[in-house]
Design a protein around this ligand. Structure first.
Ligand SMILES: [Zn+2]
Length: 128
């Protein structure tokens, strides 16, 4: 494991632990109020390091959808084919997660959670 990989694992730890508790967490910037879900040392908008973790309502809107026919790893193989969506959460952060089949760009969704092997994953379901 390189130093970089180690850093990203520990940075994302609050996100991963949140999923296990069926919570969708994101980083909130105290300086500019920007929101991001991919854990960083600094705010992607203003560069400040005053980041704290908050819990999302789980509500958002679909920005992009893709159907994965061939899983990229053994871990995901038993789930294929599956739908992935990039969702803009109401809080402003973007997060990628599994999604209900047939979900549409622009659709309002809500995060649900499911257990796959040893991990809890997010799945977005339509929520009109
Ligand atoms: Zn910021």
């Amino acid at each position: 494991m390189t130093i970089n990989e180690h850093a990203s694992v520990s940075l994302a730890q609050p996100y991963v632990e949140g999923l296990a508790e069926q919570l969708l967490r994101y980083q909130h910037c105290e300086s500019c109020a920007g929101a991001q879900t991919f854990a960083h040392d600094a705010c992607q908008f203003c560069g400040a390091e005053t980041l704290s973790w908050r819990t999302s309502s789980g509500h958002g809107r679909v920005l992009a959808v893709t159907v994965v026919a061939r899983a990229p790893s053994d871990y995901f193989r038993s789930l294929a084919p599956y739908t992935l969506a990039v969702v803009t959460l109401d809080e402003g952060a973007r997060v990628m997660g599994h999604a209900a089949a047939g979900i549409q760009i622009g659709e309002a969704v809500m995060a649900t959670f499911f257990k796959h092997l040893d991990q809890t994953l997010v799945r977005f379901e339509p929520h009109p």
